[in-house]
Design a protein around this ligand. Structure first.
Ligand SMILES: Cc1cc2nc3c(=O)[nH]c(=O)nc-3n(C[C@H](O)[C@H](O)[C@H](O)COP(=O)(O)OP(=O)(O)OC[C@H]3O[C@@H](n4cnc5c(N)ncnc54)[C@H](O)[C@@H]3O)c2cc1C
Length: 472
């Protein structure tokens, strides 16, 4: 069976792209690793940025560029903001309505972040859109290869129920998300491991800005699961403070915007304060309990499970890996550089909108705007591949020691490729990666390839910029 388009992933980028393809009568197969909700989109808390009106657009653009250290691709940011104006109506017409009140998050000049279900925005949007999705769907299917020849993509290889298959299509759209599992502390869904970025490297597909990794400043890391609990930026946007064990709001020593400075600045400040021996907390005691429970239900109940009596008790926090700005280089229609029918959308891609640091809640917006653009481009090009068969890659997908090496990699990345980077640390990380890569199975090797690219890019960029911070 051959599809018009195979979509790798089941997050927002995948589902929103699929909507337009299906509406145009394109047969679409969505393939995902675990269950449909095992994705970062499902866990998004804060919301979706939407410029308030034509007048707010230049300010949204300016905020995005400022947060990104002006390293962003301006044309892409303009598209993002301009297209956002129509998004709320488009979603409403489709049947999805945000809560009416907008909120403000760090580095936004005004309130313009829309949410739903309190802090369960991702879950609400994802559930709604997936219920309406008309794609063919294959879950519990691990993509381990993309079938490419010269500048054409022919399909993918998957492992499903312990069997390997090739599936063919006229177009392939990668919407496989970021790289959370490469770091010891991260906020990402457990499925997000940077494997497709590794595949891209293997296939000679260009990645860009891989050193630009964002660490979220306020994460509750004392959890037994690898995915740590994010404490949304909306908390600080709506009044929560960051304090140390003496109750001091030390962030003002680092930036006059205090809690509302951009994520890279707040994360670094917390990290440095911790290195001086301080403990750091989020103080949410200014919220009324009933309001907190309604506005931030996910956080409220999760913290109660850990015996933290919010909003009365301080929440211990630390920065943790959250988002990668770098990714597969694409054009303004999310088409992969150098390819006729290969697309990348969402966190796996690099459209250039986020520059050196993503403005809060611009990511779901990017999934919406560039997902639609990719779908429209696929429809317009209507590319047909010739019928070509590929051998299935016979490399062993898993080896016995994979878990051990994946954990060592997470330690290395956190220690040496984290919030503050040094030449020595980066070299240590590269050495570890190179010495370990041939000891693991194919899937782990793809992670290692991605990690190596991050470290290489971090070594190449000797000056600090945005989220990439080097002291030597
Ligand atoms: C806790 C949290 C809160 C966030 N809050 C916000 C917010 O409020 N606002 C905002 O704008 N952004 C937020 N973000 C960021 C945002 O959620 C993500 O950047 C965005 O959802 C990415 O969407 P995506 O569709 O590109 O990828 P994802 O939603 O992560 O989906 C990726 C998909 O690819 C699949 N996949 C990966 N590898 C394979 C493989 N080898 N084979 C098969 N399938 C594979 C995964 O299983 C998954 O289905 C948050 C992120 C997190 C982690």
């Amino acid at each position: 069976m051959k599809f018009d388009c195979i979509i790798i992933g089941s997050g927002l980028a995948a589902i929103w792209s699929a909507k337009f393809l299906n509406e145009a009568g394109f047969s679409t197969l969505m393939v995902t690793k675990n269950q449909v909700w095992d994705c970062n989109s499902f866990y998004a808390q804060g919301g979706v940025t939407i410029a308030n009106d034509e007048k707010d657009m230049p300010l949204h653009i300016e905020d995005t560029l400022k947060a990104g250290s002006f390293y962003n691709k301006k044309e892409a940011v303009e598209i993002l903001s301009k297209s956002s104006l129509k998004l709320r109506d488009e979603l409403a017409k489709y049947g999805f309505r945000f809560e009416p009140n907008v909120t403000k998050e760090g580095a936004h000049s005004v309130a313009r972040v829309y949410h739903k279900g309190g802090d369960a925005t991702g879950r609400e949007i994802h559930k709604f859109l997936f219920n309406k999705d008309k794609s063919f769907f294959l879950d519990e299917a691990l993509v381990f290869d993309i079938l490419v020849d010269n500048d054409v993509a022919y399909g993918i290889s998957v492992l499903h129920k312990n069997k390997k298959y090739n599936i063919y299509a006229n177009n392939v759209l990668i919407a496989s998300g970021g790289i959370g599992a490469l770091y010891k502390y991260d906020t990402n869904a457990r499925t997000i491991a940077g494997e497709m970025q590794g595949l891209a490297i293997e296939k000679g597909i260009k990645l860009k800005d891989m050193e630009m990794t964002q660490f979220h400043p306020t994460v509750f890391i004392e959890m037994k699961f690898s995915q740590k609990l994010l404490l949304t930026e909306a908390l600080r946007g709506e009044g929560a403070y960051v304090v140390d064990e003496n109750g001091k709001r030390f962030l003002f020593n680092y930036d006059k915007r205090g809690e509302l400075a951009s994520r890279d600045i707040v994360s670094r400040a917390i990290f440095l304060h911790q290195q001086e021996g301080h403990k750091v907390y989020l103080d949410v005691s200014m919220f009324d309990e009933e309001f907190f429970q309604k506005r931030f239900p996910t956080i409220y109940y999760k913290l109660k499970d850990y015996d933290i009596n919010v909003p009365y008790e301080l929440i211990p926090i630390s920065p943790a890996f959250h988002y990668i700005m770098g990714g597969i280089e694409v054009d303004l229609n999310s088409k992969v550089t150098g390819f006729k029918n290969l697309y990348a959308v969402g966190e796996v891609s690099n459209t250039g909108v986020h520059g050196a640091n993503r403005l809060a809640s611009n990511s779901l917006l990017e999934c919406f705007i560039f997902g639609k653009r990719a779908a429209k481009e696929i429809i317009k090009q209507n590319f047909k591949t010739e019928n070509k068969k590929f051998e299935i890659n016979s490399e062993e997908l898993f080896k016995n020691d994979d878990k051990k090496y994946k954990n060592l990699l997470r330690e290395q990345m956190w220690k040496n490729v984290g919030i503050i980077r040094t030449k020595e640390g980066l070299n240590e990380a590269i050495e570890f990666i190179e010495n370990s890569m041939d000891k693991v199975g194919r899937m782990a090797k793809l992670r290692f390839l991605t990690a190596k690219e991050i470290v290489k890019s971090a070594l190449e960029r000797k000056e600090s910029l945005g989220a990439h911070y080097r002291i030597n």
